[in-house]
Write a protein that binds this ligand. Structure first.
Ligand code: AMP
Ligand code: MG
Length: 339
């Protein structure tokens, strides 16, 4: 791994160049509407293993396979549950990953040793053109070093992957900002394994039987057998020690005033949150959607400032807010102070 990593503005010729690299077994940085991904040919175990090396990702953490047309699904899975057909009609292309039984075409390297595979059809135009030009399903996890906040700009990818991959297609900031919603199917139920922009109430428009897996909001032990291996790994962590303060604005202000030390920063919804407290802050937005777009950038920004301790205001735990809360919980190593 010693590439001269290029950031290329996404256009016809750079997409063509990236597709050639992927077809020759390389890994490239790919924009999607959720976060930037590290894309390789999902059917080639050698290419896929380069993703794991570039990220430093544990081998048992499966990769999501990205397609651009419904016909690409055939052959990758052995069964498409009726609920999956309904979800695909409603949410694809878009930020929803569906776990299905994998066919032999998907190597175990891609599925992290599992007999299932997560499939997603992104809506981002560059991602779709790249997949279409390759004519291949692309395995793509988030393009960060394992454990770090996910990248929502080409510069974030460069910061983590410089020297590790040949190129990054730059398509600006990600529209959604948090990774896809991940679901699996059990008889007539949908199980939510990872919350994302497609919310529980969105899923309930397909069936009212939506189970939120325990791992979405609870600590999962390292040796646990879990429905979704990504749940048990350290995630999205800045260098700073983050604590979520779950309470009113007044109680947040008081807590910060009483507990801040020399290098304490706040992560707040707006500038107004900071009146009456003398503490530097990164602002991550006042709506669920804005917080989703900003959260990972905010975590990276805190590291740039050299923050040692961070007190974060607690996002909503419903709608898209649940996805933000799920990410922030992991960034905070599950440290929450309820006031
Ligand atoms: P990332 O690629 O960083 O967005 O992470 C993808 C996550 O999707 C993994 O960490 C898993 O938690 C989940 N996932 C992917 N494939 C499967 C699968 N076959 N079964 C269960 N969870 C999966
Ligand atoms: Mg990731």
């Amino acid at each position: 791994m010693n590439y001269n990593t290029e950031i290329l503005t996404a256009d016809k010729s750079s997409i063509q160049k990236a597709a050639e690299l992927i077809k020759s077994g390389e890994v490239v940085g790919m924009p999607t509407e959720t976060v930037y991904g590290l894309a390789a040919n999902a059917l080639d175990p050698e290419a896929v293993s380069k993703i794991f090396i570039a990220k430093g990702r544990p081998q048992d953490n499966p990769l999501i396979v990205h397609i651009s047309r419904m016909e690409m699904l055939e052959g990758l899975v052995t069964e498409v549950p009726e609920l999956a057909v309904k979800c695909a009609k409603k949410f694809w292309p878009g930020p929803l990953t569906m776990i299905m039984p994998k066919s032999d075409k998907i190597p175990k390297t891609t599925s992290g040793g599992l007999d299932t595979v997560g499939i997603r059809m992104p809506s981002n135009k560059t991602a779709r053109e790249l997949i279409g030009t390759c004519g291949l399903p692309l395995a793509a996890p988030s393009a960060n070093l394992s454990g770090s906040p996910s990248p929502t700009s080409a510069q974030h990818v460069f910061d983590d992957m410089n020297g590790r991959i040949p190129c990054i297609l730059d398509d600006g900031r990600c529209a959604v900002g948090v990774e896809s919603t991940v679901i699996s199917f059990e008889r007539d139920c949908i199980r939510l394994l990872r919350p994302g922009f497609i919310s529980v109430s969105d899923l309930k428009e397909v069936t009212d039987k939506v189970i939120v897996d325990k791992g979405v909001l609870d600590v999962v032990s390292q040796d646990a057998v879990v429905a979704s291996p990504g749940m048990k790994y350290k995630h999205y962590s800045p260098k700073a020690d983050v604590t979520i303060i779950d309470g009113s604005l007044d109680s947040f202000r008081k807590y910060v005033a009483d507990n801040k030390t020399k290098n304490t920063w706040c992560m707040t919804f707006s500038q107004d949150d900071l009146s009456e407290i003398d503490c530097p802050a990164v602002i991550y937005g006042s709506t669920d959607e804005e917080q989703a777009r900003r959260i990972f950038d905010a975590l990276r920004e805190l590291d740039k400032h050299g923050a040692e301790k961070v007190f974060a205001r607690c996002p909503n735990k419903t709608g898209v807010g649940l996805a933000v809360y799920n990410r922030l919980l992991r960034a905070a190593g599950f440290q929450v102070i309820k006031l």
